[in-house]
Design a protein around this ligand. Structure first.
Ligand SMILES: Cc1cc2nc3c(=O)[nH]c(=O)nc-3n(C[C@H](O)[C@H](O)[C@H](O)COP(=O)(O)O)c2cc1C
Length: 319
């Protein structure tokens, strides 16, 4: 059976499974693998300067001839203007905005026939995105890895679906086919998956990070401002515990993120070798308890799709 929805036609993809544009982790090999599997690969451009982003886009084009997107964190349009120019120069057709509605760019992106996707954690942000002209919103529940709000996906997804007239995708701890079917039952036209794709061979991730994803369980994440200054869900460790009761000492975003960068806490993508799991920022959703091995991205993708088909054919799965 096919899960094809309108959003698949909009993106030009076969299956409504989208890779989360995870800054530093979703680089060309992972984005291309998801696109080649028939989903939408998304390059996580958040930690990349303009020329690194250009190189990553070009590498993705070498690895796939299928559609792909670029994600950037959009709270300050001036900061991302150089990366946006690269997106235009390279003819990328789909843009995903994290942390803010990219109002400054939506008009010019539409003039270029681009599709604009906005990550949201509240109904009000979904409405604001739709009013600003976004084409798709992603309802991201609090159980998601990375920067995340307070509303659980089970509550957020249907309320966002009811609030806007544009397609809604769902994100937050969607880790297998059961999660995909559940999200679509709530009205989402597809899913955005992050954490499950970090435990793959193609992801850019420090070895200790992949290991922790396999070993930790559903209660081992914490929503903390201590790494970036904005609430982000990450694997709980000695460093996150050390900030308990001291939240007033945390600087706002992006100052706290710069401090963390200088202290070497943000190299979860493994760019400077393996990290110290007691200190490192390791963004992860509560679905980590369902991750028990590192696989290829294509295997993860096919497993999700075939389990989703099985659920639809035979009802809830039991062990
Ligand atoms: C390591 C990591 C980095 C992330 N970086 C970004 C980012 O740069 N931009 C963004 O829009 N979302 C980012 N996110 C959030 C994802 O887009 C997505 O909402 C989330 O991964 C979904 O939840 P899941 O990880 O439980 O699947 C990140 C998530 C993780 C785990």
């Amino acid at each position: 059976m096919s899960f094809k929805t309108k959003v698949c036609d909009l993106f030009g993809i076969e299956h409504p499974i989208v890779l989360a544009g995870m800054g530093g982790v979703s680089t060309a090999p992972l984005a291309a693998a998801v696109s080649n599997a028939g989903g939408l690969g998304v390059i996580g451009g958040a930690m990349m300067g303009a020329e690194r982003l250009r190189a990553e886009i070009r590498r993705t084009k070498e690895l796939t001839d299928k559609p792909f997107a670029v994600d950037l964190l959009a709270p300050d349009p001036d900061i991302i203007r150089p990366q946006i120019q690269v997106i235009y120069d390279e003819g990328v057709k789909i843009f995903v905005a994290g942390l803010a509605v990219p109002e400054a760019f939506i008009g010019e992106m539409h003039e270029r026939d681009m599709t604009v996707v906005v990550m949201v954690g509240k109904v009000r942000h979904a409405e604001k995105s739709a009013q600003a002209g976004a084409d798709v919103v992603v309802a991201q529940g609090t159980e998601a890895g990375g920067h995340t709000g307070l509303v659980g996906g089970m509550a957020l997804i249907p309320q966002v679906v009811d609030a806007v007239d544009i397609p809604v995708l769902a994100a937050g701890s969607i880790t297998d086919g059961r999660g995909m079917v559940a999200a679509m039952a709530l009205g989402a036209q597809g899913v955005v998956i992050g954490t499950r794709f970090i435990a793959t061979h193609e992801a850019a991730a420090a070895d200790c990070y992949r290991r922790e994803l396999v070993e930790k369980g559903s209660a081992d994440t914490v929503r903390t401002r201590c790494y970036t200054g904005k609430p982000a869900r990450a694997i709980r460790n000695r460093y996150t515990d050390s900030w308990e009761g001291r939240s007033e000492e945390i600087e706002p975003f992006p100052i706290q993120a710069m401090h963390s960068q200088q202290a070497g806490l943000m190299s979860y993508a493994g760019e400077s070798g393996d990290g110290d799991p007691d200190q490192l920022f390791m963004p992860a959703g509560q679905g980590i308890g369902m991750i028990d091995s590192v696989k290829s991205a294509d295997e993860v993708f096919q497993d999700i799709l075939s389990q989703a088909r099985q659920v639809c054919a035979s009802g809830p799965l039991r062990a």
